[in-house]
Design a protein around this ligand. Structure first.
Ligand code: KIV
Length: 270
């Protein structure tokens, strides 16, 4: 690990990485200390995910997470931040109208010091994505398994397995890109579908349970370290196993993503 300062990662950096087929390493973080370790491991992007509702707050879903929670954790992460691009999740129902989305995007950017905001869903969000990007805030979409919709979905299940839902996902992905999204998370979708979406878009895709062909990968920090209470998701890997400390585990994750060694076949769905 060298100590040379790294240039700030921006949306342009990520775009160029896709063009060069250079994999993008993303990890979630919720506090300053872990963020410092992630910066040292040279992750490209840090996601302040509303998964904090489950891994930090002990809830059984992300639905209970508030805007105040998100702003608080984003500000903590920003204090440990250096050059990685920081994405802040909009929590449940905090972007249900264009006006609300604009107001909350401003909070995440101004008070949370995020560089980008992320929202779950396709068609329903297009006007908000256009409006937010129109005011100069980069947006990351999120398709496939939408944890905020767990009550509608009836559980945490792989999405896009039948033809109709796969076509809908591709159409949503194209529409989000056309509306101005700069990045797209694909969660728990078949490997072939994630590859099709990745090839169809000019913006980078970041997979979680979506196979190795996405432009980058994201894992929830606690899954990556094997400290998530309960069962580890089958698409994740415990990178702390076999390592002597957390810093080495994070470096090992970044290297595995960059070398397309993670995710392996057994971490994907068909
Ligand atoms: O909240 C989160 O951590 C996320 C990832 C699962 C992509 O949205």
């Amino acid at each position: 690990m060298d100590s040379l300062p790294r240039a700030q990662v921006t949306v342009t950096t990520l775009q160029k990485m896709k063009q060069r087929s250079e994999k993008i390493a993303v990890v979630t973080s919720y506090d300053a200390s872990f963020t410092t370790l992630l910066e040292r491991a040279k992750v490209d992007v840090i996601l302040v995910g509303d998964s904090l509702g489950m891994v930090v707050q002990g809830r059984d879903s992300t639905v209970g997470v508030s805007m105040d929670d998100m702003v608080y954790h984003c500000a903590c992460v920003a204090r440990g931040g250096e050059s990685a691009l920081r994405i802040a999740d909009f929590p449940f129902m905090s972007y249900s109208s264009v006006d609300q989305a604009l107001e909350n995007a401003a909070k995440l950017m101004r008070e949370g010091q995020a560089h980008m905001v992320k929202l779950e869903g396709g068609e329903v969000n297009l006007k908000s994505v256009e409006a937010i990007t129109g005011f100069g805030v980069p947006v990351c979409g999120h398709l496939g398994l939408l944890p905020q919709s767990v009550n509608k979905l009836g559980g945490y299940r792989v999405q896009g397995r039948d033809d109709a839902s796969a076509q809908q996902l591709i159409s949503d992905a194209r529409a989000l890109e056309a509306a101005g999204a700069a990045l797209l998370v694909l969660e728990c979708v078949p490997v072939d579908l994630a590859r099709q979406v990745t090839e169809a878009l000019t913006i980078p895709t970041i997979g979680i349970g979506a196979g190795v062909d996405c432009d980058g990968q994201v894992l929830v920090l606690y899954d990556l370290l094997g400290i998530t209470p309960g069962k580890r998701p089958s698409f994740s890997r415990n990178f702390l196993a076999g390592q002597s400390d957390i810093q080495s585990a994070l470096v090992s994750y970044v290297q595995a993503v960059k070398a397309s060694e993670f995710p392996a076949k057994e971490h994907g769905f068909s």
